[in-house]
Ligand binder design. Structure first.
Ligand code: FPP
Length: 233
């Protein structure tokens, strides 16, 4: 296994299954999302200790606006409280927090909190935690296309899509049993290893992360080339 990323692996997680977790307990979907938020911290801590340099969590897709207003409001409230609550812990742990996705449709108070959290954690060097919120990979690619011209090469286009410091994805993990990408980091996933687990996100923990990483490290990444043994033959 080799990575092309210089500052540790880039892990992306589609955190799916909050609704089913709640329904199985006779709880509202919003309670499931609350449990989903609680599941994040141990995974962030374990990621920082596991050679992951960038962790991107898919918290709200641009298509999630289609959900019932009460559920959307609950997710907005969770983002608001999460940003307020976690910043000090992130600073102490050296976690840099960024949000990717649109901000123009978010409430102004949340946008201010995002900016404050990003500024407060900007020096964090242990892990770059990116929360994808009102995010659409297709929109990111379309926005890049609008900025590109005929001289834009692939690396320059990649920077337009993903920003200067967003590396290609090494491992894309989806919880909750579904096996699809759901408009998450499509450009950055060109050579990502895919791992799908039936575990519902609120039940996902350090052991599951370790298992996914073990599977990843067992993969033979060739990036379209040959493995070193075949190359030598
Ligand atoms: C998918 O579960 C999950 C989401 C749409 C949101 C993920 C959100 C969180 C983990 C909490 C919010 C996080 C932050 C940082 C504010 P689903 O509802 O589609 O579950 P289902 O497939 O079982 O219905």
């Amino acid at each position: 296994m080799q990575s092309k990323n210089m500052n540790g692996l880039h892990l992306g997680i589609i955190m799916d299954g909050n609704g089913r977790w709640a329904e199985r307990r006779g709880l509202s979907r919003s309670r499931g999302h609350e449990a989903g938020v609680r599941a994040i911290r141990p995974v962030v801590e374990a990621a920082a200790a596991s050679g992951i340099g960038t962790l991107t969590l898919y918290a709200f897709s641009s298509d999630n606006w289609r959900r019932p207003a009460a559920e959307v409001a609950a997710l907005m409230g969770l983002l608001r409280s999460y940003l307020g609550r976690e910043v000090d812990a992130f600073r102490e742990a050296g976690v840099r927090l960024s949000l990717i996705g649109r901000r123009d449709r978010l409430p102004a108070g949340i946008v201010r909190r995002i900016a404050a959290a990003e500024a407060a954690t900007a020096d964090g060097a242990a892990l770059h935690l990116r929360i994808a919120f009102d995010y659409s990979a297709r929109e990111a690619i379309l926005a890049a296309a609008r900025l590109a011209d005929f001289a834009t090469d692939r690396d320059a286009f990649a920077r337009l899509v993903a920003g200067d410091e967003a590396p290609d994805l090494d491992l894309l993990l989806r919880t909750g049993g579904e096996k699809r990408l759901s408009d998450f980091l499509l450009w950055e996933s060109a050579y990502a290893e895919l791992v799908f687990t039936d575990r519902l996100w609120p039940d996902f923990g350090e052991g599951d992360l370790a298992g996914a990483l073990a599977e990843f490290h067992g993969r033979n990444r060739r990036f379209g080339g040959l493995s070193p043994s075949a190359q030598a033959a």
